[in-house]
Write a protein of this length. Structure first.
Length: 226
């Protein structure tokens, strides 16, 4: 289950499902949403029209082929703000106070958070097979507010994707926050090679990590996200 902002949780189930799907995809047409959410296209359009009126989604029009134009929807900043950010402004201000008192303490704070998450993560993954470990890792990240999922790749590797960054505002200012994230994943999956292949701080739509059992050699080409 995804940890969500209280306002997001209060939304109707169908509307929340549409928002989550757009958050994961970046953008999608009514047809795409209808297929992924197992609803009618007209039902998806009704939801999107209402959400556009409420300022939760916006859209772009795509022409260039015969027939009616297609509309592709994405979240507005107001909708994106419904997803947890762990009170970035307050957190950054507190970290500034800590940094003013002792710059080394900031690194110690991130280090302590990383150690605690590693302990909890290792407990969660203990005794599981590799595939179940990856799935449990994605569930762990999802519960932390990262709207995470995992996708199996044809070569036996996995792609773990974080569609929301619960600490985005902090990560923009303190690189240690992002460093802690990949160190956490590497620590709880020591039997795998971990590479971050997309990064929200660098402008990507999500943060994604390619996870390969160490017996697998990487193939040339970009992993599939579907």
């Amino acid at each position: 289950m995804t940890s969500a902002h209280p306002v997001l949780t209060a939304l109707p189930v169908t509307r929340r499902a549409v928002l989550n799907s757009l958050k994961r995809r970046g953008e999608a047409s009514a047809e795409d949403l209808a297929q992924s959410l197992e609803m009618t296209v007209s039902g998806a359009r009704q939801q999107l029209t209402a959400m556009a009126r409420d300022g939760l989604v916006t859209f772009r029009e795509e022409r260039g082929r015969p027939g009616r134009p297609r509309f592709f929807y994405r979240l507005t900043p107001a909708a994106d703000a419904l997803y947890p950010r762990m009170y970035a402004e307050l957190t950054n201000k507190l970290l500034e106070y800590v940094e003013d008192a002792d710059p080394e303490l900031v690194e110690q704070v991130f280090s302590r958070r990383r150690r605690r998450r590693i302990e909890n993560g290792r407990t969660r993954l203990a005794g599981l097979g590799f595939e179940k470990k990856v799935a449990e890792l994605a569930a762990f990240l999802d519960e932390d507010g990262y709207l995470a999922d995992c996708v199996a790749q044809e070569d036996g590797s996995w792609l773990v994707r974080e569609h929301n960054c619960a600490i985005f505002g902090v990560a923009l200012k303190y690189g240690s926050a992002c460093g802690s994230e990949i160190e956490f994943i590497r620590a709880v999956l020591p039997e795998a090679d971990i590479d971050r292949i997309s990064h929200m701080v660098a402008g990507a739509h999500n943060c994604s990590y390619l996870i390969r059992p160490k017996a697998i050699r990487p193939k040339v080409g970009r992993p599939s996200e579907t």
